[in-house]
Design a binder for this molecule. Structure first.
Ligand SMILES: NC(=O)c1ccc[n+]([C@@H]2O[C@H](COP(=O)([O-])OP(=O)(O)OC[C@H]3O[C@@H](n4cnc5c(N)ncnc54)[C@H](O)[C@@H]3O)[C@@H](O)[C@H]2O)c1
Length: 261
């Protein structure tokens, strides 16, 4: 029960990483407000009385402010905001993406977390403590894991949590990011479906040293760590959870004989 009686908001909670995190937070004793454009009710139903579903847009300021208000009105405060909702926008090149594509991807993936910090930060400061966690991605570390707009939005999230941690200085509110690698969720369903259809399931995640894709629960566990007092001295950090994918430059192990066992 690492989040006993804590009050949490999880955006993008209707699916994938968000749903696994909402369920895990609740299993550890938290009351959870689950926000999503779709699927929030289903996640809340899986959790039961400790959950409240909100169908809303995590990139819209009125909705984010409303989530924080709901946490205070319904549960009496706010301890954890997991700003996790995201869109990939597909695997288009810079030359195929329009300004409208950039606007929507940045609105949800980057402005959403910024709004979470803006509205949750003061409430948590007043309460004396809090943890804000934003989902970035290995795409924010370097190219190759999504479109230009997606990568830029996630690099922006990594920058955002560092600035926010500084600007919450003295508040006892920590702000961190998680950078997942390849995780099997709604966002990556097409990749998994395609590999399975070709009988190439063994190729999924084969570029990382663990040689597999990750499960939503493996990101949820990182979110639980950052949400709980277990990470009480972790602040302004981007925690990479990618099976080791981003630990190396492209490297052909076969050329180095015994360095790879
Ligand atoms: N799956 C991966 O491999 C991977 C890797 C790195 C980062 N991520 C990030 O993880 C986060 C969660 O994605 P996921 O992989 O669980 O995918 P997912 O598609 O299963 O879940 C994303 C959820 O966000 C919701 N959402 C999208 N726009 C929203 C909005 N404006 N307001 C509220 N909800 C909205 C969707 O409806 C969906 O339920 C995203 O930020 C994504 O960019 C995923």
């Amino acid at each position: 029960m690492r989040l006993k009686d804590k009050i949490a908001i999880v955006t993008g909670g209707g699916s994938g990483i968000g749903r696994a995190s909402a369920e895990l937070f609740a299993a550890h004793g938290a009351n959870v407000i689950v926000c999503d454009l779709k699927g929030a009710e289903e996640t809340a139903a899986l959790i039961g009385d400790a959950a409240m579903a909100v169908t809303g847009d995590a990139g819209r300021k009125e909705d984010v402010a409303g989530l924080v208000r709901a946490a205070v009105d319904r549960f009496g405060g706010l301890d954890i905001f997991f700003a996790n909702a995201g869109v990939s926008g597909g695997l288009k090149s810079i030359f195929e993406q329009d300004a409208e594509d950039w606007s929507e991807i940045l609105r949800v993936n980057l402005i959403g977390p910024a709004l979470a910090i803006k509205y949750a930060g003061p409430v948590m400061k007043e309460r004396g403590s809090g943890s804000i966690i934003c989902t970035a991605s290995v795409a924010g570390l370097r190219s190759g894991a999504g479109s230009g707009a997606y990568s830029a939005s996630k690099a922006g999230v990594i920058s955002l949590v560092k600035t926010a941690a500084q600007q919450m200085s003295g508040s006892n509110v920590r702000v961190n990011a998680i950078c997942p690698g390849l995780i099997e969720t709604g966002m990556t369903e097409f990749i998994y479906d395609r590999a399975r259809a070709k009988g190439q399931e063994d190729k999924l995640g084969h570029l990382n040293p663990l040689k597999r894709g990750g499960e939503p629960i493996e990101i949820a566990q990182a979110a639980l760590f950052l949400a709980s007092d277990d990470s009480s001295y972790v602040n302004g950090h981007a925690l990479v959870v990618d099976g080791g994918l981003s630990s190396s430059h492209p490297f052909n192990h076969q050329n180095y004989g015994r360095t790879a066992i």
